[in-house]
Design a protein around this ligand. Structure first.
Ligand code: NAD
Ligand code: MG
Length: 388
């Protein structure tokens, strides 16, 4: 039996992981579940999977729900130190980190420092602190198994391959809901239109990131860290059907692709069962149902956030931590209707220009860069609001 903890179990990835793990109960036991504040859903999940430990990071939610979990005979952890303690005190063969945003970085590092294999959905860990994460993985011999569909695809294509023979990584992008809209018109798109992604159903933040293609920029940085490939050797291609999840090109010109229906339960399950496989609740792929698979070049003028992410990646230092923080604040401001869709790129660009980069060799420096960038972003957001 594999003992697993699911961090962020109440989110889009987390609830799908709960579903998949529930179906694999003959090989996986869920030892811990955590959430920020959704104690009600966490309670339902705990009812079903009977974990030994649960955590709620939000202090008010922790206070509200602590009694109910204790009455169920479950060890409860609450407040800011909850995740660290839950990880430290339990015994896990694998931890899935499906927390959204920068809040996922500290738990990512904690899991690796404890020498536990990490199934990583929280891409912001790698964007903000990629070097720290990969160093912790090497030092503690704790592998990082990607959950992001593109990286799971690449990871699977590279099984048994010699990484020094990898020439290029080709990331596919659906292009999001505004692929065919003139850029000028995007200033007026609503939150509702942005959250209607054509091929994937996801949490709100990553859905907005997918519409701006900041998500694809993050994924380039993610691939760079996970597979040691230079930024210049990661290509992004628009593939509206999201059937090819990504490809690798080897030095002999062979291109290996991973295909499947766009359903996150497949990569989530693979991360949980790796190196084994198990039957999935997802549909099987019918290529004739799709008929055509198409590919287009990315128009960078349509997606300035992608260009900004690559720019920050090339600058190095703590620029990608600033990128992530600025984007998090800008997306939050867009979702609460304080700024428009195209203002997200405006905020991020200004923060990158104004950021005072540090080396980023320690968690403290990355945390400081994140803090500084959020101050700059909030200033940029209120300037935009003032002009509206
Ligand atoms: P979500 O918003 O649906 O869920 C986020 C989870 O994190 C929730 O359980 C929430 O309680 C928890 N959380 C939020 N803030 C927290 C905090 N401060 N401390 C502790 N826990 C906190 O997000 P999601 O769409 O499931 O995405 C999770 C991660 O996976 C993101 O990094 C995203 O980019 C990545 N990802 C998601 C998808 C997808 O299909 N949803 C696909 C690929 C990658
Ligand atoms: Mg992805």
């Amino acid at each position: 039996m594999k003992s697993v903890a699911i961090l962020g179990s109440t989110g889009s990835i987390g609830s799908q992981a709960v579903e998949v793990a529930g179906l694999l109960s003959d090989s996986i036991t869920v030892e811990a579940l955590t959430a920020n504040s959704n104690g009600r859903l966490l309670g339902e999940q705990a009812e079903r999977l009977k974990p030994g430990r649960v955590a709620l990071s939000d202090p008010a939610a922790a206070k509200e729900f602590e009694g109910a979990f204790k009455a169920m005979g479950i060890d409860f952890y609450g407040g800011p130190g909850a995740l660290g303690a839950l990880l430290q005190e339990g015994t896990y063969d694998l931890v899935l980190n499906s927390i959204v945003g920068f809040a996922g970085l500290a738990p990512t590092l904690k899991v690796l420092e404890l020498g536990i294999p990490l199934a990583l959905a929280n891409k912001e860990s790698l964007v903000a602190g990629g070097r720290l994460v990969m160093e912790a993985s090497r030092k503690n011999k704790a592998p990082v198994i990607p959950v992001d569909s593109e990286h799971s695809a690449i990871f699977q294509c590279l099984r048994g391959e010699d990484l020094s023979k990898l020439r290029r990584v080709i990331l596919t992008a659906s292009g999001g809901p505004f692929r065919d809209s003139p850029y000028d018109e995007l200033a007026k798109v609503t939150v509702k239109e942005t959250l209607a992604h054509p091929t994937w159903s996801m949490g709100p933040k990553v859905t907005v990131d997918s519409a701006t293609l900041m998500n694809k920029g993050f994924e380039v940085l993610e691939a760079h860290h996970l597979f040691g490939v230079g930024l210049e050797n990661v290509e992004v291609v628009i593939h509206p059907q999201s059937v090819i999840h990504s490809m690798v090109e080897m030095v002999d010109g062979s291109v290996l692709a991973h295909l499947g229906v766009p359903d996150m339960r497949i990569p989530i399950q693979y991360a949980l069962t790796h190196p084994d496989r198990a039957p999935s609740p997802a549909r099987f792929l019918s290529l004739t149902e799709y008929g055509n698979l198409s590919f287009e070049e990315v128009d960078e003028t349509q997606y300035p956030c992608l260009a900004l992410a690559l720019h920050a990646g090339r600058l190095g230092g703590t620029y990608t931590a600033a990128l992530n923080a600025a984007n998090e604040e800008a997306v939050r401001a867009f979702l609460t209707e304080r700024i428009g869709f195209t203002d997200i790129a405006v905020v991020v660009e200004r923060v990158i220009e104004e950021h005072n980069s540090l080396d980023g060799d320690t968690l403290d420096e990355v945390v400081e860069a994140d803090r500084e960038a959020r101050v700059l972003a909030l200033k940029a957001i209120s300037d935009i609001e003032g002009r509206r």
